[in-house]
Ligand binder design. Sequence first.
Ligand code: UD1
Length: 429
Amino acid sequence: MDSIKIIGGNELNGTIPISGAKNAALPLMIASLLTDGTLTLDNLPRLRDVELLTRILVNHGVNYSVDGKRAGDGTMKGQRVHFSAKDVVDTTAPYNLVSKMRASFWVIGPILARMHEARISLPGGCAIGTRPVDFFIDGLKELGADIEIDQGYVIAKTKGGLKGNRISLPAPSVGATHTLMMAATLAKGETIIENAAREPEIADLASCLTKMGAKISGAGTSTLQIEGVDQLYGAHHIVLPDRIETGTYAMAVAMTGGNVLLEGTRADLLQSAIDTLVQTGVKITQTDQGLHIQSKGYNITPVDVETQPFPGFPTDLQAQFMALMTKAKGRSHIKETIFENRFMHVQELVRLGANISLDGQVATIEGVENLKGAEVMATDLRASVSLVIGGLAAEGETRINRVYHLDRGFEQLEEKLSACGAKIERISG
Ligand code: UD1
């Protein structure tokens, strides 16, 4: 298994191009199942989750082709990929594929809407809590589906197609909102989704679906209104920048010190995290090129944070922010409210010399003068990258094991950081 070796202590200076958002790319790819036309996605990141979902889509009968490099393309440019689900030949998504990534469960929406039946394995993904699928099942039932669970599979059927209805989500689940919105585009009549998630990736999917012929209003608010249509068509869409990658590198610079342009990204995608970073003492400026992050890397002001659904502070940046707070001048508290088991990075940050105590869903962090390099283990996607940030700021050598988690969600991480002066390399093994 590969590991990452970091010699910490260097400032970060230079430019990091921000990739297309993983959490937008996945539902956008899944939307290709809704039409027999070709959906072209630009700025698709090269990630393990994207590859895995491609395999799942291929199993349903989707053809795909990747455009080759064009003159002037930099090495870090996202891909342009064409997805074409002319026929959905298999309505089953098997355990061996779906168990590796929770978002692959979301194919249930488009497949059921288009084929009137779907047999999808219960999902897997990062071990950050129980992550049930009850909102999906109840929502699809509201749209007229008959659903049973048999031997680990959700089996959904609908005679004559889905029918629009009013759905009120018990909590603003991102996955349930994506899935029910996609399903409702081909349902008969109007669907209202109340308490919908407001993450920018929802609005990105709604914008793509609209280009495909869907009738959606309210994207980006907590009430979505979808008027079903008979058919959707091919379209072209550019995946929006990754706000979690943006926040991650901003926190890395905040901790190591330096001056980095996060190219092609926008503050409004993560305003709450930006505001928090500014309170810690980081200077952040938006220009046409992207976000400029400037930090001294010391005298970091401690700030308390509570994760919330968008527009609040994202749970996907909680681990990275905790890494930053380990070096703050004083005590901070971080409360996790979205997932019940998302503190697995704590014991690994402690190996680097951090002083953190846990009480239920609240972590208390006493800032220390300096972290010290150590051997640590990546436990999930976002936790892994918090160890990278910690390692970059620590004195001496840090070795991070089990880094396959990182490849799920961070494109060319070592290359991007090395280009800014970090001493980071992957050790194959
Ligand atoms: C998505 C993101 C993930 C992010 C999370 C929260 C993608 C690919 N993944 O995950 O990176 O951390 O949003 O911002 O976009 N829940 C239920 N029943 C359900 C569905 C959800 O109880 O049927 C609960 C979950 O257990 C969790 C909360 O709702 O406690 C939020 O989960 P959700 O928004 O659905 O997360 P994901 O869509 O899985």
